[in-house]
Design a protein around this ligand. Sequence first.
Ligand SMILES: Cc1cc2nc3c(=O)[nH]c(=O)nc-3n(C[C@H](O)[C@H](O)[C@H](O)COP(=O)(O)OP(=O)(O)OC[C@H]3O[C@@H](n4cnc5c(N)ncnc54)[C@H](O)[C@@H]3O)c2cc1C
Ligand code: FES
Ligand code: FES
Length: 1298
Amino acid sequence: MSFTVEETKIKLQSTGDDLVFFVNGKKITEKNAEPEITLLTYLRRSLGLTGTKLGCAEGGCGACTLMVSKYHPHQNRIIHHAVNACLAPLCSLHHCAVTTVEGIGSVASKLHPVQERIAKAHGSQCGFCTPGIVMSMYALLRSNPQPSMHDIQEAFQGNLCRCTGYRPILEGYRTFTKDGGCCGGKGQTNGCCMTNGCIEEHVNVTQKLYDQSEFMPLDPTQEIIFPPELMRELRFVGERVLWIQPCSLKELLELKATYPNAKLVVGNTEVGESHFKNLLYPVILAPAYIPELNIIQHTQDGIEVGASVTLTVLGDVLRAAVKKLPTHQTEVFEAVLEQLRWFAGQQIRNVAVCHVSLPEIKSVLYKLMDLKKTEILLSIEIPYTRKYFSAFKQSPRKEDDIAIVTSGMNVLFKEKSNIVQSIRISYGGMAPVTVLSKCISFTQSLFDCRQWNEELLEQACTSLAEEMSLSPSAPGGMVTYRRTLTISLFYKFFLTVQHKLALDLGMEVFNTFKNLLFLILFNTFFSTLTQSRLFQLDSPSGVQLYQAVPPGDNSDDVVGHPIMHLSALKHATGEAIYCDDIPCYENELRLALVTSTKAHALIKSIDTSDAMEVPGVVAFISAKDIPGSNLTGPVFNDETVFADDKVFFIFYILSEFSVQETACTKKHITHKDKLDWFANVCVHSFQQDAIANKSFYQPVRSMERGDVAQGFKDSDHILHGKMHIGGQEQFYLETNCTVAVPRGEDGEMELFVSTQAASKTQALVAKALGVPANRVVCRVKRMGGGFGGKESRSTILSTVVAVAAYTTKRPVRCMLDRDEDMLVTGGRHPFFGHYKVKFFLQISQIDATIGRFCIMPGCTLFILERALFHMDNSYNIPNIHGTGYICKTNLPSNSAFRGFGGPQGMMIAESWMSDVALSCGLPAEEVRRMNMYKEGDFTPFNQRLDQFTIDLCWEECMQLSDFNMRKEAVEQYNRQHRWTKRGLAIIPTKFGISYTAVFLNQAGALVHVYSDGSVLLTHGGTEMGQGLHTKMVQVASKTLGIPCSKIHITETSTNTVPNTSPTAASVSSDLNGMAVYNACQTLLQRLQPCIDKNPKGCWEDWVNLGYDFNTNSGRAFNYFSYGVAVSEVEIDCLTGSHKNLHTSIVMDVGKSLNPALDIGQVEGGFMQGLGLFTLEELRYSPDGYLYTRGPGMYKIPSFGDIPIELKVSLLRDAPNEKAIFSSKAVGEPPLFLAASVFYAIKDAITVARAESGLTGPFRLDSPATPERIRNACEDKFTKLNPEKNHGFYKNIKQHNGF
Ligand SMILES: Cc1cc2nc3c(=O)[nH]c(=O)nc-3n(C[C@H](O)[C@H](O)[C@H](O)COP(=O)(O)OP(=O)(O)OC[C@H]3O[C@@H](n4cnc5c(N)ncnc54)[C@H](O)[C@@H]3O)c2cc1C
Ligand code: FES
Ligand code: FES
């Protein structure tokens, strides 16, 4: 968009006002406030307050949360709100007070209780989300010092955490509620320590992970006061944008007449996202304080709400009205309130106005589309009830997510009858604009003067199925599901109205139902409908059990104790430094990537002339600028850093621009380059294309045990099945970041990187720069999450940044935007599995299986091998064969992700196990138990299973979850309910520990003892939140016999410990722990020759590892980690939603080094698995363009997804002699246990299908999204919308989906 002549003239005449606001009690007067700058950028870059983090820049993750306080003239009070700093324009803060995480407390001075409690409750792992969570809680307490658990859960709807699994955060903050920490026996059945008797039953068990009595009390009188002097029209003039804040309606209308193209901005939550589209609004009008736009008044027909009233205020007003007015008047208000709960997060609701999809409002708002350029919206009216009204929103994730379909329905009856007088039905998500009644005129006409009965229902459903059609390639996809939803939601409305009519008119209305079965089903449905309204209010409860350290141990020996993550307090105060928090160098440059927009093409030319003219651009760098080698790769150097003349996948890095940062230069440039493409060569975007074209990389890997051919010959029963497991984005909260600083001598380069692979980064950068490795130092202080995603792909970004620094001879920094990170770095490999299983029907024993896996590329051979190593999961199959193919596609290369192919291999094993159980008609748990390994059995790769603890885990998990009682309750529930079903599943896991690439099983440590007795410890592992540094300090402490407080870790760096393996594969504690141990032992030997010189020879075990695929011999893993989980779910068969009712996990982590950290890993891993198997879905265009590129479109689990009841138990008395201090690895193994949720869903679907007469195996792909669940619950409504072959859709974002 360009300036109009008038706009330019007026802008040039404008003189800017001073922006005055407070930050942490300090007055700031900004003379040249730039309208394009957000509060976040200002805090981090201008004020150096880096505690507030950047996770997404689109209001979707909450990492940037802080508190904004302002005097509200229309409410005549000071309000304190949590706000997303990434969306808040700096200019909107005039006369506001901003409080950041640094402002409420610090480690150096005094902690705030909000900071202390999250840290001590182990609610922080990588710590990147922690400041945002702290500030959401702080803002809540400022307005509500004694919140309920429900208030806390609502306050966190806009915050994401990818590490902890949320439970410890909620537990820690529960201590601020009226009831305080322990639920006092009022928790869920058996989910409470006081009622489940766990503690009494086991003398050596404990569940106290922290001591609540140590917490500081909350004293509201000590908070920063609102600056009294902050109680007029304002103009802020930027380089490209003029910001005007008018004070009166008259002024606003005059300005709109003068600047017809001006953009109105209130919360900026919609306009703020426009930076993704590179949109420029030269004139912005901010009408937030205009009295007429803040009006709230009751009228004869409803409540009039001004167009600048925020959603939070609207919620307060409606809640008050619901309390005060008779219920028959407030049905619409209640529906709006219910919808508000699922509308974005609290931070967005605090600032955004009601441009919402609430259907009753939307129909009014749609007149907005008819607004002339000089008009504005003044207010809207929310009507009192027109009996009967319901609103529905169905989205992939319940909290803070875009709807797939929304609906508002309203029916009026003739007096004292069930004869329809009028009906209005509207649907969002089915067309570019809301589908209103007039668009479904035939359906509408059916209702005229008709009785509200089953006949009408059937006709209306059939008619809706015809009228609510969608083209197979409709934007947003999910065509069959969306069409079925329109009918299912109408059915829900029908039943709800029917119930209310019955109450209002008396039971005679039921007599219109001839069908008794329908009546029963209706009653049971209604009871669950009302229940399901409440389900998100249930606050989660949890139990964590672990082995207590026997009393009398040396108090300096902290191994086995749940000590807090050593950086947790710094996470909570914002003092922990991440890569992009490093202060800017004086002459530093920022880097912008230019990536290919074609998947497979030849580059003819690149014209950078336009981009080079943008102010601030210093250099354009491409393959020809690399002084050394352009070849790179984690193990094999088989790809290039920059595309040379060819691109092989979409988003291939073509070049980079080094720029000086100005408000928006970075985005501006990348859109100014011009690329001339020669040709699009044949593209394989998806596995299916590659499989159909037999386009595979070599080698094809196979593994076989027994005689499979013979096994199949003696067949009793054989089944075939298929399963697709979708990919997954790591979604670490901190995106990839590198700062490269050329040292100016001998080609030296210093790199500060957020990476799991410091040595690999060093080696690949040295190779690209053409210098020996000893000239490059790579430093890693900590990461804001990694999960494998910063192991292989982060090196490419570091290399391009280093090349830019080398070329420009200046420090260069790049932190990827969330969408860039998701585009270029790849994620978990999608898998397609095809299997054939032979089994004995009567006894459900499996005799032979053949599996074929096809996987997407990237790090692939090792991923594929690990999948084959886990294709048996925990089952002893005498004759088993697996083959793996690596598909050749033109999507970005994938990368490691927690589990590294293991979860996919095991998931497919569980799919055939589930099919066998369904074919035999036996309970799945019996079939699983029957086929499970026993001590001394051999795996398909001929490794003997020693110290096999799955039996123990299984038995304890059955007990912990009360499996048998739970099963009876589930069956009873299912008999009584038709449209919601419960499911239960128990799933084991066996996960091999060690790198299967033998040479990677090595580590190093450097221990300095200073003359004052303090110890500086360095080891080869990196800290990404898993608590590795904490554990290593515990190991050193125990080995040296000194307290942890004497030991410090500064960072991981290649000049202290060289040639390190990446921190991955769950083995970092094992490998580095041994290295630390050895180093400490060496020191002890030197210092105290009389100390025990018997290090037990574990190192020998490690170097003897190794498995040979060709001979199916050798030792693939050092040992296995085992675990079992039981999960219970409830599905809504009409919409496909599900809720996680219960999960019990028993995990064998050997003798835990630190139960708090290990339980954190179990819960965090489980929640990532929950995302993988039930929620997270990557969506691509036909030519491989990733649609789901940020928290707005890609949904990871949120607070509301954790099981309502979660029990975690670390198996007791199971020491592991093969790792440090008898412990076991814990990072990856628990992830797969979330498959228990998937199979519990499948169990519930099985019951739902049986209601429609469908039995036997059926295919359910992962993730089990609402769409898949609904489509699998076949019934009379799905039959109205038979699944068709869908075309590709051009855009995932629905025009009207909110
Ligand atoms: C993380 C996130 C989650 C979200 N979740 C949801 C969701 O669940 N459901 C949903 O429906 N939406 C959702 N949204 C979108 C959100 O509703 C809108 O962003 C918000 O309602 C807009 O309010 P605002 O004040 O921030 O808008 P702004 O960005 O300030 O402006 C929005 C638009 O309204 C226009 N406008 C503002 N006031 C007037 C007026 N008085 N007269 C005429 N035009 C005017 C502006 O010019 C602009 O085009 C989400 C957004 C984000 C960032
Ligand atoms: S960075 Fe602001 S919400 Fe994610
Ligand atoms: S601790 Fe929450 S994202 Fe890492």
